[in-house]
Design a protein around this ligand. Sequence first.
Ligand SMILES: Cc1cc2nc3c(=O)[nH]c(=O)nc-3n(C[C@H](O)[C@H](O)[C@H](O)COP(=O)(O)O)c2cc1C
Ligand SMILES: [Fe+2]
Ligand SMILES: [Fe+2]
Length: 464
Amino acid sequence: MSAIKLREGVWSVGVLNPSLRVFDIVMTSPYGTSYNAYLVTGGEKTALIETVHKDYFDQLVGNIQEVLPLEKLDYLIMNHTEPDHSGSVRALLERCPNLKVICSNPARKFLNAIANEDFPCQVVKDGDTLDLGGKTLTFLSAPLLHWPDTMFTWDPADQTLFTCDFLGAHFCEPTMVDTGIQAEYRGRYEAELKNYFDCIFGPFHPAVLAGLDKLPAEARLVCTSHGPCLTAATLERAKDCYRQWAAPQPRSAVKTAAVVYCSAYGCTKALAEAMAAALTEDGLQVTAHDVVFDDPAALTGLVNDSDVVLFGAPTLNRNAPEAIWDAVHAVDAINTRGRAAGAFGSFGWTGEAPGMLHEQLRQLKLAVPAAPFKVCFVPTQADLEAAAAWARSVAALAKGPEAPAAPAPAKAKKYVCSICGYIYDPAAGDPDRGAAPGTPFEALPDDWTCPLCRMGKDKFEPVD
Ligand SMILES: Cc1cc2nc3c(=O)[nH]c(=O)nc-3n(C[C@H](O)[C@H](O)[C@H](O)COP(=O)(O)O)c2cc1C
Ligand SMILES: [Fe+2]
Ligand SMILES: [Fe+2]
């Protein structure tokens, strides 16, 4: 692909990868992708926004040199440092040793460990600007879209916003603009926009809503890091879709429980049924879900939206069966911290499965009981009663309403998140998530997480 002029002084210089079929291990990309990069020139200075995957560095250089000699680059703006964008940074710095890298504070840390190189770097904060001569770029912090390092770059003169992964799609469109998509491919592009949203931003819905609020209303062109740039009509539609997809789901007024299990000969199933019956009797809204036979589409919602989740599996060849591991893998570990969960199952002679599942749930930072529940072969009536009692003990771990916190002492310290820079101010608290104004940092519950990047309390440091 050649350099493509998008606006006066704005070029697309990225590369196409039509062959990519799997991205980041977990995501399919049936129509390939593009690694986008952009050149922005002002009267005096020139900035490159992003690089490309390291395998495509030579093509990136070729595209830049269609517009200007590589040595003329003054700045490299890294909106996000995942290696599909930062993979060529090191090679580029070798060719342009005076190139100044502009990025957020977390991006600087990440880039040091990715490029393994000392380089001239300017850390920018939300609202900082960069004057290119007659064209001033503004940086807007946008943590978690897609990593804690992410920011947008806004070019008001051209009404053009560079959002990196935000509003992107793995779609290989040679014209680099949405208006170039052939009519019969339009639906496929929109399906990939959704696929990308689910896979990349699924765990970050609050950050998506914050990012949408941050988009300058005057933006007429959004240049993402994958797929075609969005012109006004597509942009409006994509914004509406993102807002709808990221909207919080209404929580049930009644406490909910999911009993997710598999069973070869009905022993684990009998335990699951006893547990489901006990929790139903206690007034919970319970769904029992056989991971082999029931609708797989329901699983993710069940394990992530229920107040209590019980995972049951027999031990087969000293392990738990793949189907139940898949169910545990569907847990969104970023957003379910502290959720009540437990593991149970029937076994014959070694019985590892419940313990393995229990350990994994604990490592995912769910609230688990002291021990998993297991029964040798066919459960007796006493076993079924014990199973019911154990399920009740797990349900008791589900949180009730937060008790109001004691007011903060007059000079309670602020704490800063070392990953994304969010500052916890005890005077403001975090009322959206149960911490009333006046809650000192130390009084936040252990499972409290950074409202921006969802890191735990252990990643916070006191502000002096
Ligand atoms: C293929 C196979 C492998 C098994 N391997 C083990 C094992 O390694 N350790 C063990 O404790 N039980 C093992 N078992 C026994 C089952 O865990 C036991 O039959 C259990 O009661 C099955 O529960 P279910 O009816 O819920 O499937 C195995 C069973 C099968 C069918
Ligand atoms: Fe990314
Ligand atoms: Fe990306």
